[in-house]
Design a protein around this ligand. Structure first.
Ligand SMILES: [Zn+2]
Length: 344
């Protein structure tokens, strides 16, 4: 994520340089009325409030965004309450260890993966002001894999007034099986172009690097509004820095200053719906917000099962409560797109 983003969203627009968090006003944390029903258990509520008090002191190093993401959880293990912190760290270009992933990794490091999966009931974020965003795509992938994601709660404690907004992590997920099915004839690109994209993606899937991926291998082909087709296949490596197909083709398009994608088709094993990781949806979402910035329609995300069946959605629908630079830095994105317009 990026900075703010990251934050899991909690944050509203962040102000660069605001590293210090104000001392919260005196008085207890209080759930917002709409959060009450999600936390009927008084003990769990108390643990959330304790986690927020602890998260206030989480160490962070947001050297680039200057936006701290302070996370914590509290759970009971062997008759004692445990508190575990997480904080974001940013480095280099920009990359970051995100607050919520950091916290969950700390739980695993201290108590093992089973405890992360079975005991962690919530991720609490301490922030000045809660925004509406969820985790970045990558943190969604991690929480999906590492936690009891169907029951995990996300709590945002707002330092400015000590209110706490609780939501379900599940609401940040949309499984591929739930993407709407669609007849090929209703997909808003010409049939011949759709066929071309499917064939291109299928051929791309013959490549890539699959030393660890095997059946999860996917490839994608996208067409820009200028009519060019870009494609990429997933590629794994020993460092586990997987390169995703949508991200790959978007990078190729961006390299040509072709920033506005019209449609992207993803394919997996023949006869199966491909998995589209949340991290890859994040790349697609960010790119699609460029479209909106210049008044073009959102990019559509099309899944092919290789047997003539399709599902279609948008990146905004596939990544609920997503964030992008277009939200955080609207003028910078507008200036960037204007200065990189392709006239040749
Ligand atoms: Zn993240």
């Amino acid at each position: 994520m990026k900075r703010r983003t990251l934050l899991a969203g909690l944050a509203t627009l962040p102000i660069a340089g605001r590293a210090a968090v104000q001392t919260p006003p005196n008085g207890p944390w209080k759930l917002t009325p709409e959060s009450d029903s999600l936390v009927p258990d008084a003990k769990l509520r108390d643990q959330i409030f304790k986690a927020l008090d602890a998260a206030k002191n989480s160490g962070t190093d947001p050297a680039i965004s200057h936006f701290p993401v302070r996370a914590a959880t509290v759970f009971e293990l062997d008759g004692a309450e445990r508190t575990v912190l997480g904080g974001n760290t940013e480095y280099a270009i920009p990359e970051a260890i995100h607050g919520e992933s950091s916290m969950l990794n700390h739980v695993t490091a201290l108590y093992g993966p089973e405890v992360t999966r079975t005991k962690v009931r919530f991720v609490a974020f301490y922030t000045q002001k809660c925004g509406g965003s969820g985790s970045c795509g990558d943190c969604r992938d991690y929480q999906l894999a590492a936690t009891d994601h169907e029951n995990l709660l996300i709590a945002c404690g707002q330092a400015s007034d000590h209110t706490v907004r609780v939501t379900r992590f599940r609401d940040q997920l949309v499984f591929e099986r739930d993407f709407p099915g669609i007849d090929a004839a209703k997909i808003p690109i010409e049939k011949s172009l759709l066929d071309q994209l499917v064939a291109s993606a299928r051929q791309a899937r013959e490549g890539g690097v699959t030393l660890f991926t095997s059946s999860r291998h996917t490839a994608a082909a996208g067409v820009s509004f200028s009519g060019k087709i870009y494609r990429a296949a997933g590629a794994d490596d020993a460092a586990f820095h997987y390169r995703y197909p949508i991200g790959g083709l978007l990078q190729l398009a961006a390299t040509e200053r072709d920033y506005f994608l019209r449609a992207i088709v993803v394919v997996g094993e023949k006869g199966q719906w491909p998995v589209v990781n949340y991290r890859d949806r994040q790349y697609g979402f960010e790119a699609s917000t460029f479209n909106e910035k210049v008044g073009k329609p959102s990019a559509v995300l099309i899944l092919s099962d290789g047997r003539g069946n399709f599902k279609m959605t948008t990146f905004a629908e596939a990544l609920p409560r997503a964030f992008s630079t277009a939200q955080f830095m609207p003028q910078a994105v507008a200036d960037f797109l204007a200065s990189h317009a392709k006239n040749d």
